[in-house]
Design a protein around this ligand. Structure first.
Ligand code: AMP
Length: 468
C-alpha cells in the first residue's frame, strides 16, 4: 500500500512495500500471525499490526515499529478469537504515520471490515478525488482505504460481489487480506505483481505473502492465490469465490533479485534457486580475473555463492553485516567518514588483504552504498575490486509497491556504466543483462514486470502520485 498524503504533493507520497498474513480456525490465531509477521519483517519494518476476531467482534493491535517491539505477551493475550490477519509495512520516504499503519479497520453497512494490503494502486488518487466529491471522508492517506470505500459503497448484494466490484475499478498491484468478524478473504491483482500464498496447518487455513511465514508455524504451502482470484477462508476451507479476467501476468522480478527471502517460494519458484542462478549467469556473462568473491550481505549472499560456484573462485566473507544497529544511531561529534555504512557493514581485513576481489551486489540504486563499501574494502587492503551486479542497471522507479527513489536519483539514469565505474572508484563494473536475469528467473520473460530496469510499465499508471 502507498500513502496519498493529505497535501497531495506528488513528491511527498510515500512508497511502500509490505507483507500480509492471515489465519482461519486456530485457537492460537494471533500468536501464529505474530510469528508469521516476524518472518515477513524484511517486507516492512515501519509498522506492524494484527486484527483478530472471535466471530463477533474484532480485537486490534497496530503500532509503529518492528514486530518484536509492537507485540508483547499482554497485547497478544488481548487478540482473542480463532482468526486473525496481520500486516507489516515499510516506508522510507515521506512522513510515517500510525494512521497509515495496517490492518485498517472500518465500520460499514456490511459490518466491520479489516484490510491489509501489499502493493500499490496506480489510480487511487483519481478514485479518491471522485469518492470525496461524492462525500466520502477518508481517515488515512493510504491508497488501501480507497478499496474499503469502494467495497462499502458498492450496490452489490453480498461482500464477494462488492469486492469484485471494488477491485474491478482499481488498477495496480495488490495482494490483499480482508477480514469480516466471521471469515477471511484474500485477493490478488490480475497481473499477479506481488506474491500471495495459501497454506494449511491441520484444520487451519493460512494466507501469506511469502512461504517463509508458513514454515515458522509448520504450515504447508497449498498453492498461490492466482492472479485475479479472490479466495474465501471459512469453515468450509479455502475456496475460490471469484476469478477476475487475468490475461497477462507481470510478476515483480525484483522480488527474486532482492526483496523476497531466499527460503521462500514465490511465483512457483524457489527464491534461493533463482538467486543462485542469477549469480551463475552473472559469472558466465561477466567473468573477472580475481582471487575471491565477496557478497554484499545479506541480500546478495546467494547470488555471490552462485557467482563463486560458476567462476570456481572461493567465496570469502569479506563483509560482515551488523543486524543490531537499530533504526537510529548516534554519531560521535567528530564525524567519521562513511559512518552510516560502517554501522551496517564491516570489512574483514584477513579475507581481503592483497586480494583481487569480485564484489557481488544484487542492485545499485543511488550508488551511495557501493561507493562507501568499495572505499571500505580498499581501506581493508583489497588490491583490486571488480563489482558485479546480479540485475541490470535500474532505470525507473517502481509504481507497484517496491520502495525505490525517483528516476533522477537512480545513478544509472544519470551516468553510463563506465561513468558509474569511475564514480564508484572500482577497477571494473558489470551488470547482469536483462535477458540473463529473465532466463535465471525461469519463466516466460513476458510473465514478469521488469519495469524498474526497462521503464516499460505493464500496468497503466494513471496517478501513482510519483512523477514519471
Ligand atoms: P544504493 O546505495 O542506493 O545504490 O543502494 C544499493 C543497496 O540497496 C544494495 O545493496 C541493495 O541490496 C539495496 N537495495 C536495493 N533495492 C532496495 C530497496 N528497494 N530498499 C532498500 N534497499 C534496497
Amino acid at each position: 500500500m502507498t500513502s496519498l498524503l493529505f497535501n497531495r504533493d506528488p513528491m511527498d507520497v510515500m512508497h511502500e512495500a509490505c507483507g500480509v498474513f492471515g489465519i482461519y480456525n486456530n485457537k492460537e490465531a494471533a500468536r501464529l500471525t505474530y510469528l508469521g509477521l516476524q518472518q515477513l519483517q524484511h517486507r516492512g519494518q515501519e509498522s506492524a499490526g494484527i486484527v483478530s476476531s472471535d466471530g463477533k467482534r474484532f480485537y486490534t493491535h497496530v503500532s509503529m515499529g518492528l514486530v518484536a517491539d509492537v507485540f508483547h505477551q499482554a497485547a497478544l493475550d488481548k487478540l482473542k478469537g480463532r482468526m486473525a490477519i496481520g500486516h507489516v509495512r515499510y516506508a522510507t520516504a515521506g512522513a510515517s504515520s500510525l494512521l497509515n499503519a495496517q490492518p485498517i479497520v472500518v465500520m460499514t453497512a456490511r459490518g466491520p471490515l479489516a484490510i491489509g494490503h501489499n502493493g500499490n494502486l496506480t489510480n487511487a488518487l483519481t478514485l479518491r478525488k471522485k469518492l470525496e466529491s461524492q462525500g466520502s471522508i477518508f481517515q488515512t492517506s493510504s491508497d488501501t482505504e480507497v478499496v474499503l470505500h469502494l467495497i462499502a459503497k458498492s450496490p452489490a448484494r453480498d461482500l464477494v460481489n462488492a469486492m469484485k466490484d471494488a477491485l474491478s475499478q482499481v488498477t495496480g498491484a495488490y495482494s490483499i487480506v480482508l477480514q469480516t468478524p466471521k471469515m477471511i478473504f484474500a485477493a490478488r491483482d490480475p497481473w499477479g505483481v506481488r506474491p500471495l500464498h495459501i497454506g494449511r496447518l491441520n484444520g487451519s487455513a493460512l494466507i501469506a505473502s511469502e512461504t517463509c511465514a508458513f514454515d515458522i508455524v509448520n504450515a504447508k504451502l497449498t498453492r498461490e492465490v492466482k492472479p485475479g482470484e479472490i479466495v474465501a477462508l471459512d469453515h468450509r476451507g479455502v475456496r475460490t469465490v471469484a476469478q477476475m479476467p487475468a490475461p497477462t501476468q507481470a510478476h515483480c522480478v525484483f522480488e527474486f533479485v532482492y526483496f523476497a527471502r531466499p527460503d521462500s517460494h514465490i511465483f512457483g519458484k524457489s527464491v534461493y534457486e533463482v538467486r543462485r542462478e542469477l549469480g551463475r549467469q552473472l559469472a558466465r556473462e561477466a567473468p573477472a580475473k580475481a582471487d575471491i568473491v565477496v557478497a554484499v550481505p545479506d541480500s546478495a549472499s546467494v547470488a555471490a555463492m552462485g557467482y563463486a560456484e560458476e567462476a570456481k573462485l572461493p567465496l570469502e566473507m569479506g563483509l560482515i553485516r551488523s543486524h543490531y544497529k537499530g533504526r537510529t544511531f548516534i554519531e560521535p561529534k567528530q564525524s567519521i567518514r562513511d559512518f552510516g555504512a560502517r554501522m551496517k557493514y564491516a570489512a574483514v581485513v584477513e579475507a581481503l588483504k592483497g586480494k583481487r576481489v569480485v564484489l557481488v551486489d544484487d542492485s545499485i540504486v543511488r550508488g551511495t552504498t557501493s561507493r562507501k563499501l568499495i572505499r571500505m574494502l580498499k581501506r581493508a587492503g583489497a588490491k583490486e575490486i571488480h563489482m558485479r551486479v546480479s540485475s541490470p542497471p535500474m532505470m525507473g522507479p517502481c509504481f507497484y509497491g517496491i520502495d525505490t527513489p525517483e528516476s533522477n536519483e537512480l545513478i544509472a539514469t544519470r551516468m553510463s556504466v563506465d561513468g558509474i565505474c569511475r564514480y564508484l572508484n572500482t577497477d571494473s563494473l558489470k551488470y547482469l543483462s536483462l535477458e540473463g536475469m529473465l532466463r535465471a528467473a525461469g519463466k516466460k520473460p513476458s510473465d514478469f514486470c521488469s519495469a524498474c530496469f526497462t521503464t516499460r510499465y505493464p500496468i497503466p499508471i494513471e496517478d501513482s502520485g510519483r512523477p514519471r
